[in-house]
Design a binder for this molecule. Structure first.
Ligand code: SF4
Length: 582
């Protein structure tokens, strides 16, 4: 029987609750956003005692469904001031699902201001003092807990979360117990830090597993989706993602003139090829004497897109260096040194900060004259300052918007105070509409229109066509259900291009919950998730006026195409305006 595990950090107590009927079908983002909307005052201070953190695995997480080990984390964001769902692929998600913990809710704050460890086992959870872990990096914290507990999933915050910095994320262990998978965006690590929760260990020994209401339907759907993932060029074994990782996009976006460079002052970087996924693959081949294909971040992933960047001796510096990370700490800072980017990735993981937010922030600091573009050692030093909590470190650790004010910079690439990811919205209009209107702030994963605009998935669209409000909304709504299903977003390529894979995805989910869902239900549920999040944001003060890109994008033409942001405010307002009309 599924339960909600509620942890009260004020009293130091835990309790299991029955799942209210209204949440029975929900999981993942649908559940985290609904619980946050129901239980958190939109006007609360995100770092105060009345904010809550909700951890929820997806509908099919913990089953045999491929690429479905996703955990959603929700709360009010200290970065955007609105609702936040950020998800990660991790064994922690599978363990939570198999233990029947539909949602883990963390609330309150300890009166003694100390650090605590939450230990979760079958039918038992407790809070323990964690003075020995306080102030430690995420790698050391995870290593210590794995050494003590053995085969467990680990979640923790690094020093940035303990300092309550708005760029802090929540770390989860990967398949090799690396502290490398992050619910990174929106500062949820600061919320966890504000609750004195340094870490969580979860052990699913003896767990009953995930009940499946209609096994035949589930199995039928699972096979269809699996077949789609294993045949699509982007997701199949030794396909683009398995070979080159998400960093395959560096060369593609650079060619398209949409790779933000030197703090969003150009869409093309002369050193892009040096930090691209193909370069990582060829370099590893040379270092290891054989081809190295990528690995899975979490149990059951058949796409396996996680790369490894190695030093000159072939030893791992960091894994994984995603496209967003390689871009943020590379081209966006004028840096083309792959090993340095990997070192900064490791530092961000250890300190516990979002790599996108940090790369964007260092780019703003470079623009503001704190250090020159391309200054590798200066960038590393800034990250180290974040980990130490020095005044400059706290400026950087609070994100691009905060740093923009500190350094008097007007070219600040944020929406709702969250840094833009690695796609220049002036050069790729649909993703710009997603950045502007998403309930999450600037977030490519909220509605990844790059698929048709750049990758040609589900047809190829003109990247410069500004009339994409409908497209962005359709992607945002479908994505809300992907984030609910527990699948990695990268199944999107197969489900968009292969009708049977899409059918399989819906059937899997329907099989687990025992529903007769169709594609119409995907959009209905997606609408419901977005409506819930939008209402929360409006009550928090984030209405239409917050659905805008920064002004400089309207008057600064972006090389090499010399394009400006030209999507009308009316079009932007129409994206969520349709929810009022429904
Ligand atoms: S596709 Fe990549 S990010 Fe997604 S679950 Fe697999 S390894 Fe992790």
């Amino acid at each position: 029987m599924a339960k909600i595990l509620r942890v009260d950090m004020t009293s130091g107590t835990v309790k299991y609750e029955d799942v209210p009927e209204k949440y029975a079908m929900m999981a993942g983002r649908w559940l985290t956003s609904s619980m946050v909307a129901d239980e958190v005052d939109p006007e609360c201070h995100p770092l105060g005692p009345t904010n809550k953190l909700v951890f929820a695995p997806g509908i099919v997480t913990g089953t045999r469904a491929a690429t479905s080990a996703r955990l959603s984390v929700g709360g009010k964001s200290p970065l955007t001031g609105g609702i936040k769902e950020s998800n990660a692929g991790t064994k922690f998600a599978v363990m939570q699902a198999r233990l029947g913990i539909k949602a883990l809710v963390v609330e309150g704050q300890p009166k003694d201001g100390k650090s605590y460890l939450l230990e979760i086992k079958k039918d038992a959870a407790r809070l323990l003092p964690a003075d020995d872990l306080a102030g430690k990096g995420a790698y050391e914290t995870t290593d210590a807990l794995v050494a003590k507990y053995g085969k467990v999933g680990v979640s923790c915050v690094g020093p940035a979360g303990e300092f309550k910095l708005s760029g802090a994320g929540i770390c989860f262990s990967d398949e090799k117990d690396r502290a490398s998978r992050y619910a990174g965006r929106g500062g949820l690590g600061a919320v966890m830090g504000s609750k004195g929760l340094k870490a969580i260990v979860i052990d699913d020994t003896g767990a009953a597993g995930v009940p499946i209401a209609n096994k035949a339907l589930f199995e039928q759907g699972r096979k269809k989706l699996l077949a789609g993932l294993q045949s699509h060029d982007l997701t199949k074994p030794k396909g683009a993602l398995n070979s080159y990782g998400t960093a395959v996009l560096i060369n593609i976006m650079n060619e398209a003139g949409g790779l933000p460079t030197r703090n969003f002052s150009s869409g093309r970087f002369e050193g892009a090829a040096k930090v691209a996924g193909e370069t990582i693959f060829e370099r590893n081949k040379g270092l290891l004497g054989k081809e190295e294909y990528n690995h899975a971040c979490s149990p059951g992933c058949v796409i396996q897109c996680s790369n490894t960047v190695r030093d000159a001796n072939g030893n791992e510096i960091a894994s994984c260096v995603e496209y967003e990370t390689a871009w943020a700490l590379g081209p966006n800072c004028g840096i083309d040194d792959l090993e340095a980017i990997a070192k900064m990735t490791w530092l961000c993981n250890d300190i516990g900060v979002d790599t996108i937010e940090m790369g964007a922030t260092i780019g703003v600091a470079m623009e503001g004259g704190a250090l020159p573009f391309g200054d590798v050692q200066g960038a590393i030093k800034l990250l180290e300052e974040v980990g130490k909590g020095t005044p400059i470190g706290r400026i950087i650790g609070n994100g691009a918007g905060f740093a923009g004010k500190a350094f008097g910079v007007t070219r600040v690439p944020t929406v709702k105070n969250q840094a833009m990811p690695a796609y220049e919205p002036r050069a790729v209009k649909g993703i710009g509409i997603t950045y502007a209107t998403s309930t999450m702030g600037a977030d490519h994963t909220a509605g990844y229109t790059i698929a048709p605009e750049i990758a040609g998935v589900s047809g190829k669209l003109d990247q410069f066509d500004p009339n994409k409000a409908d497209l962005s909304y359709a992607f945002q709504s479908t994505t809300a259900f992907i984030d609910t299903s527990g699948h990695c977003l990268f199944i999107a390529f197969a489900i968009l291009d292969i009708p049977s894979a899409y059918e399989g995805w819906v059937e899997e989910c329907a099989g687990v919950v025992g529903a007769n869902w169709t594609a119409a239900d995907v959009l209905r549920i997606g609408d419901e998730v977005l409506r819930t999040e939008r209402r929360f944001n409006e009550a928090a003060g984030l209405g239409k006026a917050a659905d805008r890109l920064p002004e400089f994008m309207k008057y600064e033409p972006l090389p090499p195409h010399n394009v400006v942001w030209n999507v009308s405010d009316e079009d932007l307002d129409s994206v969520y305006g349709r929810l009022d009309a429904k």
